[in-house]
Design a protein around this ligand. Structure first.
Ligand SMILES: [Zn+2]
Length: 116
């Protein structure tokens, strides 16, 4: 499962940050997930709740903020935004599939709450 390997990586980064700064417990992790990543947030949450056991984040909440996809059409030059969970985007103006994705591929931790 794709989401499980993402969560494993997120937990590794979060745990490293947490212990590097002298804390022992992660209370919450906030991530942004761009819709162009194709990541299913339900699956991400599910994987998090399974994989957080035995880590510093075992009592942590995962807060997911989804970022819409923004793209520019290479044919007509129009910029558009999409909230669909697709990996292939169609220009809403001219129907071209030749688009540049300018945002929506993000997948990062943006905030983390930790305690001693
Ligand atoms: Zn277009």
């Amino acid at each position: 499962m794709h989401e499980a390997s993402i969560v494993t990586e997120l937990l590794r980064i979060a745990s490293d940050e947490c212990s590097k700064n002298g804390y022992t417990k992660i209370d919450s992790i906030k991530v942004i997930v761009g819709r162009a990543t194709g990541v299913m947030t339900d699956a991400l949450l599910f994987a998090f709740n399974v994989l957080k056991e035995d880590t510093l984040a075992k009592e942590a909440n995962l807060i997911i903020e989804e970022i819409p996809v923004r793209g520019v059409c290479k044919d007509c030059g129009k910029e558009f935004e999409s909230n669909e969970n697709y990996l292939i985007f169609e220009c809403p103006s001219c129907g071209s599939f030749s688009v540049n994705i300018i945002s929506g591929k993000e997948l990062n931790i943006t905030e983390m709450e930790v305690s001693q």
